[in-house]
Design a protein around this ligand. Structure first.
Ligand SMILES: NC(=O)c1ccc[n+]([C@@H]2O[C@H](COP(=O)([O-])OP(=O)(O)OC[C@H]3O[C@@H](n4cnc5c(N)ncnc54)[C@H](O)[C@@H]3O)[C@@H](O)[C@H]2O)c1
Length: 351
């Protein structure tokens, strides 16, 4: 069955105060008149201020693994988006148990709790393209949904994302839970606040992703750190595009299936740095650093054929326009970002 939109529905977004989650909530509220959105988030890597003030939005602060929180998740939801994670690779290497609790266990407890629900039309799980891509620094091929997945993974985070896929498939096959897996490529855009949330044990609490890090450094004319000469490639997708893709997974996705959400375009990290320098009119120098010892995921991008054919999905924001918008947002929100970075200064000083 296909669904037209979210009109007259009740939507749960787990991890909904986060970067992608808060953007998704805003997209759903903007595009729907009559909808109730409930967000569950323990604010581990986000701030409540990410969420809009809207009478159609309810916020429950807490972990989805907590039984007291799960009591609120009854069989009245039409759609669930599960975006909670322990952000990200480096922090999961530092603290694999916290990753387990806030990444793997979130998926298991949520799906086990709702497995017999009858009203639910779709649960969309946020999987990660990085877990599935071939580990190569040679020429990459577009990774399609059927690509084999290796047991050799770079981090507990990456393993947890695959476990989330295992549980999505298992609960669909065993219990008929209508799961759809959305495999994200690298998302960037407005709303990703450096330093948001709690200290998670590594500098990646602040420098949480390559795009916001480079933009912040470029705006401040600080050195831009480029590991391994920036030869790695990623498939960058603007956050509004990923939100549209997630909504299409919920509305058009086939139960039990998986879809890549990416731009299908490969960009080197060195090109990303140059574009950001150019669009922010920065005088930053490039600081050349060695390859990160844990990161073997060299070159990768997604095949977008299946999501186009079956979901009607296509990323529409090109990287140049997306970066310009993100730079503009970062400049306008620099005080908020500085506040969140500052919050961790005592930890960062000790590293
Ligand atoms: N951003 C990307 O480039 C990217 C790429 C691939 C996959 N993903 C996946 O997309 C999802 C969203 O990513 P994001 O970039 O918005 O990250 P994020 O860190 O901004 O959002 C994750 C949210 O989950 C919340 N959370 C953590 N533990 C929780 C728990 N136990 N209960 C409830 N909430 C909890 C965090 O506080 C945060 O708000 C994640 O599952 C991530 O693995 C993201």
């Amino acid at each position: 069955m296909k669904y037209e939109n979210f009109e007259n529905s009740k939507v749960l977004v787990v991890g909904g105060a986060g970067f992608v989650g808060a953007n998704l909530v805003k997209n759903i509220l903007n595009e729907t008149k009559n909808v109730l959105v409930v967000v569950v988030d323990n604010l581990m890597s986000s701030e409540k201020e990410n969420l809009p003030n809207d009478f159609r939005l309810q916020f429950l602060k807490g972990s989805i693994v907590d039984d007291e929180i799960l009591k609120h998740i009854d069989d009245s939801f039409d759609f669930i988006f599960h975006l909670a994670t322990f952000h990200g690779n480096q922090s999961s290497i530092f603290d694999p148990l916290k990753d387990h609790e806030n990444n793997t266990l979130t998926t298991l407890k949520l799906m086990n709790h709702i497995k017999d629900y009858k009203n639910l039309k779709k649960l969309v799980y946020s999987a990660a393209g990085c877990s599935c891509a071939e580990k190569t620094f040679d020429k990459a091929c577009a990774t399609d949904e059927e690509a084999p997945i290796s047991l050799v993974q770079d981090s507990p985070y990456s393993m947890s994302k695959i476990f989330g896929e295992f549980y999505s498939v298992y609960f669909f096959r065993q219990h008929g839970l209508p799961t759809v897996r959305a495999r994200f490529q690298n998302v960037y855009g407005p709303g990703e606040v450096l330093g948001a949330g709690e200290w998670r044990g590594t500098y990646a609490t602040v420098w949480r992703n390559v795009t916001p890090t480079f933009i912040y450094k470029a705006i401040n004319n600080e050195k831009i750190p480029l590991e391994n000469e920036g030869i790695a490639t990623r498939d960058f997708i603007f956050v509004d595009d990923i939100c549209k893709g997630l909504m299409l997974c919920a509305l058009n996705g086939t139960e039990g299936d998986v879809y890549n959400l990416g731009s299908g375009q490969e960009t080197t990290i060195a090109e990303l740095a140059e574009k950001i320098k150019l669009y922010s009119k920065s005088t930053s120098e490039i600081e050349y650093l060695p390859k990160r010892n844990w990161d073997n995921s060299g070159k990768r991008f997604a095949s977008i054929i299946k999501s186009k054919q079956e979901l009607g999905f296509k990323a529409v924001i090109n990287i140049d326009d997306g970066l310009k918008t993100t730079i503009h947002w970062t400049k306008n929100n620099i005080d908020l970002i500085n506040e969140n970075i500052q919050k961790h200064s005592s930890h960062m000083d000790k590293i």
